[in-house]
Design a protein around this ligand. Structure first.
Ligand code: DAK
Length: 259
């Protein structure tokens, strides 16, 4: 089915898919339909062997200005629970392939949370990040209090969540929220360059490495190390491991097949 609020280009570059959020008039506010389309696109791209890395972007003015306030305003707690948006967000979080957010303009509330759900963030120098939910009488609901705190530390996260203030791309870089900041005309290209570097690697290894790094959030150090070790051993069952190591020994570039 054709998506209305996102555009998906499975082979934007070799092995790299691009998803662009596309509700420009509403600053890409994340309504339920958009989130469903995004979830479905990520599931499909995860199953597509030609895709190794996914870049998620918005437009120059906004990555996403948050969940759709107009859609939520009249809802009660039970309405929210029935809609169960968490299952959609959980599915997005479980994307196996590396996911890079290319952010320009506003990344606020659910928009900031969506960027943080990605594995890396490339920001344009005009990007602004924030969790302004407090200003509309609520609080972050899609991981903001947890992921922001882990990314930038308690003191800074507390200030952003309790005041709702925005930070610039440069501050986000200084605080470790984003990977790099580039001029606005370069942000998508820069995200593509990072994606292309990763797309050259064994797709099996990148997915297991991603899974292992993410495990650091959810386990004790000893559990995390155990998890990492299992994935490490498992990679020795792949043809890509043989190819990668033999290519090194034979002084040539590896040709990874994802097998
Ligand atoms: N929702 C709906 N419409 C929005 C919107 C939003 N979040 N943000 C902007 N828009 C709309 C505006 O209403 C306006 O529409 P019209 O009036 O033209 O019809 C249009 O986009 C352009 O916005 P502005 O005219 O306001 O543009 P400005 O440049 O003056 O201001 C702004 C830009 C980003 C500072 C401002 O629009 C703004 O403050 N927007 C709201 C930011 C915000 O509060 N975001 C947090 C929303 S709460 C959950 C998952 C996630 C969430 C909750 C639960 N579960 C899994 C359960 C997330 C919650 C949130 O994100």
């Amino acid at each position: 089915m054709q998506a209305e609020f996102i555009t998906v280009t499975p082979q934007y570059r070799k092995h790299i898919a691009l998803i662009a959020l596309n509700r420009p008039k509403e600053l890409n506010a994340l309504n339920l339909q958009l989130m469903g389309e995004l979830r479905d696109a990520l599931v499909a791209l995860d199953e597509d062997d030609e895709v190794r890395v996914i870049v998620l972007t918005g437009n120059e003015r906004a990555f996403a200005a948050g969940a759709d306030i107009k859609q939520m305003a009249g809802k009660g707690a039970i309405d929210m629970a029935k809609v169960d948006q968490f299952s959609t967000w959980d599915k997005i979080k479980r994307t196996k392939k590396p996911l890079i957010a290319a952010v320009s303009g506003f990344a606020l509330g659910g928009g900031c949370e969506l960027a943080m759900t990605c594995d890396m963030i490339v920001a344009s120098e005009t990007a602004q990040f924030g969790q302004p939910e407090i200003k509309i009488g609520v609080m972050p609901g899609a991981g903001g209090t947890q992921r922001l705190t882990r990314a930038i530390g308690k003191a800074r996260a507390m200030e952003l969540v309790l005041t709702g203030k925005f930070i610039s791309a440069q501050e986000a870089l200084n605080w470790g929220l984003v990977n790099r900041v580039v001029p606005v005309e370069m942000y998508l290209q820069s995200a593509m360059e990072l994606a292309a570097e990763i797309a050259q690697m064994s797709p099996i290894a990148t997915q297991m490495a991603k899974e292992s790094v993410n495990h650091a959030y959810e386990s004790s150090l000893s559990e995390g190390l155990y998890f990492e070790r299992k994935n490490f051993y498992l990679l020795f069952a792949s043809e890509d491991q043989k190819e990668g190591m033999n290519a090194f020994i034979e002084k040539r570039q590896p040709d990874f097949k994802g097998k």
